[in-house]
Design a protein. Structure first.
Length: 71
């Protein structure tokens, strides 16, 4: 699987998703709702306000959790 490391974000943080995605682009690299390239570093899926950020590398997932701890 391409994006092996997953971090769940509850709908209580839905208002932060754009800021989270901007942080991922600036800190980790390319990614988003649609993985455009094989080298994209992260991906996001949202269902009913709950979101999952998936990362190719474990250290990116760890950095994300340190920056955006779950509530």
């Amino acid at each position: 699987m391409k994006f092996k490391y997953k971090v769940s974000v509850s709908k209580r943080q839905y208002h932060n998703l754009m800021e989270m995605m901007d942080w991922c682009r600036d800190s980790i690299g390319g990614g988003g709702y649609i993985a455009h390239h094989d080298w994209d570093s992260w991906h996001i899926e949202s269902v009913f306000g709950n979101s999952t950020f998936s990362f190719r590398r474990e250290q990116d997932a760890v950095m994300f959790v340190l920056k955006w701890p779950s509530e």
